[in-house]
Write a protein that binds this ligand. Sequence first.
Ligand SMILES: Nc1nc2c(ncn2[C@@H]2O[C@H](COP(=O)(O)OP(=O)(O)O)[C@@H](O)[C@H]2O)c(=O)[nH]1
Ligand SMILES: [Mg+2]
Length: 219
Amino acid sequence: MEIKLEANVLSANDRIAQENRRRLAEHGIFCLNLISSPGAGKTTLLERTCELLRGRLRVGVIEGDITTSLDADRIARHGVPAHQINTMGACHLDARMVQKALEKFALAELDLLIIENVGNLVCPADFDLGEDAKVVVLSVPEGDDKPAKYPAIFQRSAVLLLNKIDLLPQSNFDLARVRKDLEGINPGLRLMEVSALHGTGLDQWIDWLQGRVQAKRKG
Ligand SMILES: Nc1nc2c(ncn2[C@@H]2O[C@H](COP(=O)(O)OP(=O)(O)O)[C@@H](O)[C@H]2O)c(=O)[nH]1
Ligand SMILES: [Mg+2]
């Protein structure tokens, strides 16, 4: 019974996610669902991304948090349209929340929409929001065992941003172990080593974004 209910909730979510996907495609907008544990550096990465794409791509951001508009405020300071969703306790965003948030954007004026999901490596993996791709952020202090322990999100993502690479010298994080585990989980996953704080390794991320936005425009 419990399983059936979950299946129904997920299929209702998938229907709305498809509507979101159609809506975004009409405007040629490339959309990402950014997922990590709390504190991995999602908002810092988005702030850097907004700075680096200024004058190149028109970016919009949806921020998901249980409460507060702290993250949307951080993004808005960069002159980028940002809307906050408060889930009031829910551990993930769902497609309906995103559908409502889309109303607040001038979609004709966007090339790229990034959705920062609620900080959590588990539930967000199961909910399609209508994005083109999921991007997972893992940070060095979280430990090298996380892909093995939470494989679903690593399996379903197109890119892994390994953030806080500046902290590698002070940690026992084993990058070779992560690469080996990922070969079993998702050999196609693009791993990019970055430091959002220091702005290192972000060229490949910006190139990837620009390439995907261009491909989406051509449709
Ligand atoms: N050392 C280091 N700290 C970082 C880096 N990126 C983010 N942080 C810090 O990690 C903390 C959490 O960052 P935040 O962007 O709010 O993470 P979020 O919860 O995933 O959105 C903040 O104190 C950031 O300054 C990084 O590349 N290196
Ligand atoms: Mg954040």
